[in-house]
Design a protein around this ligand. Structure first.
Ligand SMILES: Nc1nc2c(c(=O)[nH]1)N[C@H]1C(S)=C(S)[C@@H](COP(=O)(O)OP(=O)(O)OC[C@H]3O[C@@H](n4cnc5c(N)ncnc54)[C@H](O)[C@@H]3O)O[C@H]1N2
Ligand code: MOO
Length: 425
């Protein structure tokens, strides 16, 4: 299934998204819904606010009684009751009367305005009002936020804390969401050693599984399997079989997809006619494997073979794996936010490839930013890695807030040039 030609990033992403479909929704308690993607449109079951209530601690009054109140000519009212938040009490208020009321308490039916306690002498049985409220002052009206039946949230949104709380306020205790995709992460390479272990000549700390597992979690995935295997086809075969046994929703491998003599992912997956090896016009991240692994009648599992160079792994995740994870979760928008920024330093750009340059956001005016005009509020960025977008510059990746995405037709980025940045922090 190798194309033999260079594909664009957009074409490869379309290939990936065309093969990956949202996981069937599940019904969960709101307490478990945070971070998930909503699977249905939700309309409010309740009016919000649910009843007219006081926005202030003070006195519920009839406006006509206090319309003439001033500091010089206070109006005195008899306090005939008290209503606290949660109280079902509805005391009647006649002319010249008031009810002591707390924030959130239901408005007495016979009152129309609230005088905050600060505008009174805070009297208990009799209260002197020194400031006339406007009619209806400090009354929060039934349904002024949402009416029952109004749209609250659309399918495909991420359930943030604020959105989960809005669902509770709208009368829900459970909701349909797409489950977190169960993901397996497998690093390949005989040079890789568990971090912290002694390193012999030729060996390096294994970092991609931490990178990928962390990025998967940040994208809403549930990492249920992590492994690092040597460049040995039978070991990788067994590992992939273990992943399939675990009924994962997505498998992401790193390393071994290039043309080296020990590129086991290529050797192992190429035998499966359902996995393709593609060369993408991007830098880093040029060699990419993607396909579906079949196991009996089960839904096939998407598998990614990402290039092993750590920056290439990170960029490939952003370009292809993260959108696939979000598609599995039914997200309406599978893309990271992008911003318009200005480069404060130039950098080298590859020919005829979309470049993902790790960049750090810096404050406007930070040298070498030439005196910014007050009207140009675009964020400033500088390369996070020294020496360009080399895919081995993993140390500099730690300083990156995002990737400047430089189109294939751009030959050079110079200081002061506008750039589009995909934010990842
Ligand atoms: N003759 C050619 N050689 C290469 C080409 C090519 O077109 N022709 N492409 C280069 C590009 S571009 C990339 S990207 C890499 C991709 O190589 P692989 O996916 O096969 O990756 P490996 O060879 O296994 O590793 C590359 C590099 O990254 C280090 N690495 C790998 N895994 C990890 C890990 N889990 N943690 C930390 N570091 C890792 C590995 O040690 C290598 O240094 O191929 C080029 N070659
Ligand atoms: O295309 Mo590779 O990912 O640059 O080093």
């Amino acid at each position: 299934m190798s194309t033999g030609e260079l594909d664009t990033v957009d074409a490869h992403l379309a290939r990936v998204l065309g093969a990956v479909h949202p996981l069937a929704p599940i019904d969960v308690a709101l307490a478990d819904a945070g971070g998930r993607v909503l699977a249905v449109d939700v309309r409010s079951r309740l009016d919000i606010p649910l009843f007219d209530n006081s926005a202030m601690d003070g006195y519920a009054v009839r406006h006509a009684d206090v319309a003439a109140a001033t500091a010089a000519h206070e109006v005195t009212l008899r306090v005939v009751g008290e209503v606290a938040a949660g109280s079902a009490h509805d005391p009647g208020i006649g002319p010249g009367e008031a009810v002591h009321i707390m924030t959130g308490a239901p408005m007495p039916s016979s009152a129309d305005s609230v005088v905050p306690v600060e505008h009174t002498d805070a009297g208990r049985s009799v209260v002197a009002v020194a400031v006339a409220p406007r009619p209806g002052a400090h009354v929060r009206r039934t349904g002024e936020d949402l009416h029952a039946g109004d749209a609250v949230l659309a399918a495909g949104v991420h359930l943030t804390a604020a959105r989960v709380s809005a669902l509770a306020a709208a009368g829900y205790s459970r909701v349909d969401v797409h489950p977190a995709p169960r993901v397996g992460v497998v690093s390949t390479g005989s040079e890789l050693v568990t971090p912290g272990h002694p390193l012999a000549r030729g060996q390096i700390p294994e970092s991609n599984s931490l990178l990928l597992a962390g990025l998967v979690r940040e994208a809403g995935g549930d990492v249920v399997h992590v492994a690092s295997v040597p460049d040995d086809e039978s070991v990788l075969d067994d590992e992939i079989a273990r992943c399939l046994d675990a009924s994962l929703d997505l498998i992401v491998l790193s390393g071994g997809v290039s043309v080296g003599g020990h590129d086991v992912v290529k050797a192992t997956l190429a035998q499966l006619r359902t996995v393709g090896f593609h060369t993408i016009a991007m830098q880093p991240g040029k060699p990419q494997a993607f396909g579906m692994l079949h196991r009996g009648a089960e839904t096939p599992t998407p598998v990614f073979g990402l290039p092993g160079n750590p920056v290439a792994t990170a960029v490939s995740f952003e370009a292809f794996v993260r959108p696939a994870l979000l598609r599995l979760q039914g997200a309406a928008d599978v893309h990271r936010p992008r911003i318009a920024a200005v480069a404060v330093e130039g950098w080298r750009v590859p020919r005829a490839k979309l470049q993902f340059m790790p960049v750090a956001v810096v404050a406007a005016g930070t040298p070498p930013d030439a005196s910014p005009t007050p009207l140009d509020t675009r964020p400033r960025v500088r390369p996070a890695t020294r020496g360009g977008s080399g895919s081995h510059l993993v140390g500099g990746l730690a300083a990156a807030d995002g990737y400047a995405i430089v189109p294939a037709e751009v030959d050079e980025v110079r200081a002061g040039d506008p750039v589009t940045v995909m934010l990842v922090t």
